[in-house]
Write a protein that binds this ligand. Structure first.
Ligand SMILES: *[C@@H]1O[C@H](CO)[C@@H](O)[C@H](O)[C@H]1NC(C)=O
Ligand SMILES: *[C@@H]1O[C@H](CO)[C@@H](O)[C@H](O)[C@H]1NC(C)=O
Ligand SMILES: *[C@@H]1O[C@H](CO)[C@@H](O)[C@H](O)[C@H]1NC(C)=O
Ligand SMILES: *[C@@H]1O[C@H](CO)[C@@H](O)[C@H](O)[C@H]1NC(C)=O
Ligand SMILES: *[C@@H]1O[C@H](CO)[C@@H](O)[C@H](O)[C@H]1NC(C)=O
Length: 294
């Protein structure tokens, strides 16, 4: 387990692939390649707007959590920073507003009495659709496992949260609301990494909804990226929230696992994205047999 790992991290609301699966995405001009076959298990390669960030990690022996000043490129700082991305998406995400972690500038971790660990971070956050980037400070608190508490996040960003996407959201909302047929899509992105332009708002919505799961599931030991919206279906509703059912694939980069979740979520320009139901599915060949948990 002391293997030296070279990680080229997905620096954005990731489009990632498992080592020998290639999921290549051109979504929002983001390109990402996971090399098939050739590479060691833990290698990921992504390209963000043509720019690559190579992160190296000496995987320290088992679970000794780094404390004090952190190397911004190493896992502990990256994992905590990734949680901030998911948090921002759950709070401010929309079909036209999607946040990604661009880079970590600095990080500090400290133990908090017996209750958990707190990370202080300076990061660059990117709004992926309008392509604007801003430096934000954030604090992430992971409670100790036995407390079964969610991670707590505070983030201080300014302008990036105020980007005005009302007009586009309203137009998309009306289009979904008025159309006789309900929207649906599969494989966003497809195996060539492609997403039809008119399906991009659905991909963004699915990604924002996925951030609720990734935020909920994140611990100090995980690093979740969005891999794919396997399918998404608009459901009929009586109220003014649009309702969607979707099946998503997340990539947990520490274990290199692809995990499947089924989500029910709602969205409206005023109400934002809400995820009333999330359910992890067993490995895919068992998907159909999964039971509903409410
Ligand atoms: C994919 O990787 C897994 C383990 O990482 C390996 O067992 C499997 O044979 C690989 N498949 C292909 C097609 O290379
Ligand atoms: C995003 O913005 C950066 C910096 O302003 C620029 O270099 C890059 O080309 C832009 N990317 C896209 C896809 O527009
Ligand atoms: C995840 O969400 C479920 C259901 O909303 C909640 O009961 C649980 O406490 C959350 N877990 C964490 C670690 O946030
Ligand atoms: C309604 O949905 C269909 C199928 O998704 C699409 O082709 C059509 O352009 C939509 N109409 C409007 C007015 O958005
Ligand atoms: C959605 O995708 C998953 C995974 O590929 C698949 O198992 C499931 O049957 C699909 N559901 C629908 C309704 O297409």
């Amino acid at each position: 387990m002391c293997a030296r790992i070279i990680v080229v991290l997905a620096v954005l609301t990731g489009i990632t692939g498992s080592p020998n699966v290639t999921i290549r995405s051109e979504a929002d001009s983001v390109d990402m390649l996971a090399h098939p076959n050739s590479v060691p298990e833990t290698v990921e390669e992504t390209e963000l707007f043509g720019q690559q960030e190579v992160l190296e990690e000496e995987e320290a022996a088992e679970d000794v959590m780094a404390t004090g000043e952190l190397n911004p490129n190493h896992y502990p700082a990256q994992r905590a920073a990734k949680v901030v991305q998911h948090y921002l998406n759950t709070r401010y995400g929309s079909p036209y507003r999607l946040f990604g972690l661009q880079r970590v500038h600095s990080g500090n971790a400290e133990d908090v009495a017996d209750s958990g660990r707190k990370y202080q971070l300076e990061i660059s956050v990117q709004e992926m659709i309008g392509n604007t980037t801003e430096k934000c400070s954030a604090e992430v608190f992971f409670a100790r496992e036995e407390q079964h508490r969610s991670v707590e996040v505070q983030a201080l960003c300014k302008d990036i949260l105020k980007i005005d996407t009302k007009a586009q959201e309203e137009a998309f909302y009306q289009q979904c609301k008025m159309n006789q047929s309900l929207l649906s899509a599969q494989n966003l992105p497809d195996s060539n990494g492609h997403i039809e332009p008119d399906m991009k708002p659905l991909w963004h919505l699915g990604t924002v909804a996925s951030s609720f799961v990734m935020l909920n599931q994140s611990t100090e030991n995980t690093l979740y990226n969005m891999a794919q919206v396997a399918n998404i279906t608009q459901l009929p509703t009586e109220n003014d929230q649009l309702k969607f059912d979707c099946h998503i694939l997340l990539h947990e980069m520490v274990s290199q696992e692809i995990v499947h979740w089924k989500l029910l979520f709602t969205w409206s320009p005023v109400g934002g994205v809400k995820v009333p139901h999330m359910e992890q599915l067993p490995h895919c060949h068992d998907c159909e047999r999964s039971t509903n948990t409410n």
